[in-house]
Design a protein around this ligand. Sequence first.
Ligand code: HEC
Length: 148
Amino acid sequence: MIKLVAALSLAALVAGCSGVDPNSPAGKRHAAYEKVGAANKALGKVFEAPTPDLAAAAEPIATLKAQAAVLPSLFPAGSGPESGQKTEALPAIWSDPAGFSTAMNNFTGAVAKLDAAHAAGDLAATKAAAADLGKTCKACHTKYRKKD
Ligand code: HEC
């Protein structure tokens, strides 16, 4: 158990999650986006295969759905850089709430589309929806996430 905890905190350090209270909104965002990032990667792998296995997409899609359900609530006022927590969230999130909300809705909408296409067993539509989802990550990061 102690070993597991050590391994987990090491993983957190490697992922750049140090310097943040895991219970703060910023800490919860880091954790949520780490899962989103991993699920998105796993999804990319599924569709890189010569013969994509739709069943293998089920788990990453379930993760994306779960995170899409909580992420919109993880940006309360005051949880930006001024919170003192380590965060890559830009002040524009709060100064441009309509723009940010559109970017968030595009993301949650893309996840819903992906989920529906997958549930219908439609390989081509699922692949296309996964590609569309990727565009929503980029669109939001460009405007609302600090670059290193
Ligand atoms: C609506 C805006 C938005 C969308 C859509 C979005 N992100 Fe992000 N993402 C952010 C913000 C803001 C941060 C920085 C959060 C912080 O540091 O407080 C972030 C951080 C991250 C991180 C770094 C996590 C960490 O702290 O270690 C990863 C990885 C990531 N996003 C992946 C993705 C992927 C993959 C997608 C699409 C499937 C995506 N994001 C969609 C806004 C977004």
